[in-house]
Design a protein around this ligand. Structure first.
Ligand SMILES: C[S@@+](CC[C@H](N)C(=O)[O-])C[C@H]1O[C@@H](n2cnc3c(N)ncnc32)[C@H](O)[C@@H]1O
Length: 216
């Protein structure tokens, strides 16, 4: 039994090391740094947040991210916002793929500073990037056609974010797509009555499912 536990821990460690190595290659290609610094460093700061239900920083997997962007067919008209952007991996990838404008909103000042530095260093050419420091529960969503969420917070903040997005639809009527990676609080979207689930993206290589929701 102990031997089995040791072996499975070693396998998990090797898989993690391999994944980090792949991520480092993608980071180098883009000239950014978005990997977790060490296994003991966790960025988690929801001081000042309205609801205090933040989840810790973990970047989306690069290969899954490229797959998602291929499936949803990002266009040069899209303005995409990663809500809870951490070190800015998602806005940097979206900007390198030629969206109109890539945005990130991040609560944690340290993470947001890294995201800003990454946006400045991102290998050119790329679309404009804006990183906003603040609470997603208080943000304005009226600019965006795509809203990306990688399980950034619990149901209470999710309620505030979805109601703000819905309110923005009456002031700025448009089609909005929500890409929800690891959709832990998808019941909030279903309850809103404004979004329908259009597609679920699964991959055997990744533990996280991604859901694509949109207005009609
Ligand atoms: C799972 S990580 C995802 C990071 C990033 N989207 C990525 O995939 O690389 C969740 C992020 O959401 C941020 N976050 C949590 N609550 C937030 C809030 N209320 N407003 C803005 N950002 C928040 C966390 O600080 C963390 O960086």
């Amino acid at each position: 039994m102990i031997r089995y536990i040791n072996e499975s821990m070693m396998i998990r460690k090797a898989v993690r090391q391999y994944r980090n190595w792949l991520w480092a290659i993608h980071d180098r290609k883009l000239n950014i740094h978005t990997g977790i610094v060490s296994n003991t460093t966790t960025y988690h700061c929801d001081i000042g947040a309205l609801h205090r239900d933040s989840r810790i920083y973990e970047p989306a997997d690069y290969s899954l991210l490229y797959k998602i962007f291929r499936i949803i067919k990002l266009t040069s008209d899209d303005k995409i916002c990663d809500v809870g952007c951490g070190m800015g991996r998602i806005p940097c990838v979206a900007a390198s793929l030629g969206v109109k404008h890539a945005y990130g909103i991040e609560l944690d000042r340290d993470l947001a500073d890294i995201a800003i530095e990454n946006a400045e260093n991102l290998r050119r050419p790329h679309s404009p990037i804006t990183i906003l420091v603040g609470d997603a529960a208080l943000a304005d969503y009226s600019e965006y056609s795509i809203i990306f969420l990688f399980n950034p917070f619990g149901a209470t903040t999710m309620e505030s974010v979805v109601s703000r997005i819905v309110r923005s639809l009456s002031t700025h009527p448009r089609r909005v797509r929500i890409v929800y990676y690891h959709p832990a609080e998808n019941a909030v979207l279903a309850r809103s009555g404004h979004f329908g689930l259009r597609r679920t993206i699964r991959s055997i290589a990744h533990k996280h499912v991604t859901e694509i929701w949109s207005t009609s």
